[in-house]
Ligand binder design. Sequence first.
Ligand SMILES: *Cc1c(COP(=O)(O)O)cnc(C)c1O
Length: 397
Amino acid sequence: MTHPLLQPLSNKLTNIDTQGLRRQRLSVETPCQPRMVVDGQSVLAFNSNDYLGLAAHPQVVEALQEGVSLYGAGSGASHLISGHFQSHTRLEEMLAAMLSPYLESARALYFCTGYMANLGVLSALADSAQGDITVFSEALNHASLIDGIRLSRAAVQLYPHCDTQALGDSLSACTSTTKVVVTDSVFSMDGDIAPVRELLALCEQHGAWLLLDDAHGFGVLGATGCGILEELHLRSPNLIYMGTLGKAAGVGGAFVAAHDTFIDWMVQRSRPYIYTTAAPPALAHALLTSLRLITGDEGKARRAHLHELIQQFASASIPQSWSRVASQTAIQPIIIGNNADVLQASAKLRAQGFWITAIRAPTVPVGTARLRITLSAAHTAADVAELVTAVANCAHA
Ligand SMILES: *Cc1c(COP(=O)(O)O)cnc(C)c1O
């Protein structure tokens, strides 16, 4: 007999099963690399956001070990008590230097995760505006931005995907003193890129902030891997930039880069920054090496190789009943539609030794369930060729 407190949960879980929405975690037994062992099976994986293949890079791994020997395992406290280490400071200085061509008086703040960074920016903005704030949120924004907006309790207006016309109209009609436009730069489940230049022009015209979540751009876009702002050669005092360090940078955490005064405000008032134990200083130490790789020749070579793989996969044909998003990034989804079909496709690929997770609602809109294929510089052209064949095979039979 199920305990009465648990009964409503079991009912809902059964419901999740019948809709094909059960999410499962598999255990990986080897480093994050294209070839890994998962639940005892050797697979070729196209799942991770380790776009440059730095998560298991020998120099990054060695730097992490060095960080542990220098600073130990944990930080022991939050940043404002005694948990802010020299490696955190150096990391923030290096990030600020990377972003300084694109921001006025750039300074960076390191967060434990990107999720927390987004909560941190939005709640700090709302705190400064004392209720007189409207957030304009792109329809396909990442869950962490949506939750940040909820936490901020700001008034929110949704605008349709990449619809700068609709956004412009809403901005014109808005009477709030503080206006903030919030968007992913590279959309996490689609791989397309927001019209950032146009969004920034609108923000400047209407005196609004533009909060850019560059989780999938930092490290990958731009000649030296500085992300979307470098890619598009944009610079503006209206920008607040968020980049993550657990994807292309291969380690973990995230940062916000913005004007010195804004960062100072966050240090004073951003609760997701203040009330949490600082990330282990060894992570920040490892990230210094990762950033050196990203901005140096090796990063350049890895981005060039990744770009070739993207072209290779994007130009291959896929089964007729499936569709693609026009994506020029490492995120190359194949839209299948309903949950049962995407689960079946994912299982067929697994049986052939390919690991590609089925992405379903609420991560993506109902009816657009997909295989979210991601490419990494750690893949070879032969890996991608194998994938293309497997995808073609799995639609038949
Ligand atoms: C992954 C992701 C985040 C969250 O970053 P974490 O460091 O994983 O918490 C935020 N925004 C977008 C668009 C993401 O894809």
